[in-house]
Design a protein around this ligand. Structure first.
Ligand code: DX5
Ligand code: ZN
Length: 215
């Protein structure tokens, strides 16, 4: 039973409230909110005020993905805005323990993410301190990119480590996922699929949601 987390980056921002309500209508599990600073990634998205707006529209679990060079500056503002989990990248904090602890102490779930070109072995020692591992299956910055096939092996390596060490960490995968490759991603070991453009462009969001949840 995989979870689906529509990435709001793929939504029509001109009709944001309707888009959020539609994710509720179809029974999506989480909402994935991509925060970009134009520095860690070559794009800028939105900040705490939009997260607050979304939080006021729904009770859904808000999974906040910080693609920021100094994520720690924004842990508290995003928690105050309604984040239920905060994920940051190991590339900016190769020793992430202290930051995972800060997030935990703010009372929300913790997530650690890594880019497609970062060695998966680098995150393994920290998984016991994180609720979620977010494996990027595209280079972060933009929605609508193609899934990087090599991510499948990385998902499996992480999942095997989690199982053999008896950890509770959930594996989320982000980038280029759609109705066609979702099953492969779950078979490789994903617990949560972040889906942006394929969800919001789908002609049948309900069917896509049920399909992912049945995997
Ligand atoms: C990429 C973001 C993703 C993205 C996913 O930088 O972290 O969450 O919005 O979108 P799709 O599913 O279109 O790849
Ligand atoms: Zn994301």
């Amino acid at each position: 039973m995989a979870k689906i987390a529509p990435s709001i980056l793929g939504a029509d921002f001109g009709h944001l409230a309707e888009e959020i309500h539609d994710t509720v209508r179809v029974g999506a599990d989480w909402l994935h909110l991509d925060i970009m600073d134009g520095h860690f990634v070559p794009n800028i998205s939105f900040g705490p005020s939009i997260v607050k707006t979304i939080d006021n529209l729904t009770d859904k679990f808000l999974d906040v993905h910080l693609m920021l060079s100094e994520p720690e500056k924004y842990f508290e503002p995003f928690v105050k805005a309604g984040a239920d989990s905060i994920t940051f990248h190991i590339e900016v904090h190769p020793q992430p323990m202290k930051f995972l602890e800060i997030i935990k102490n703010l009372g929300v779930k913790t997530g650690l993410s890594l880019n497609p070109d970062t060695d998966i072995e680098k995150v393994l020692p920290y998984l016991e301190y994180a609720d979620f591992l977010l494996i990027m299956s595209v280079f972060p910055g933009f929605g609508g990119q193609e899934f990087i096939e090599k991510s499948l092996e990385r998902i499996t390596v992480a999942k095997k480590y989690i199982i053999s060490n008896n950890l509770k960490t959930k594996v989320a995968v982000d980038g280029g996922i759609n109705g066609e490759n979702a099953a492969q991603v779950v078979t490789a070991g994903a617990d949560v699929l972040v889906i942006g453009s394929a969800f919001f462009k789908s002609s049948d969001r309900y069917a896509l949601t049920k399909k992912v949840q049945s995997l």
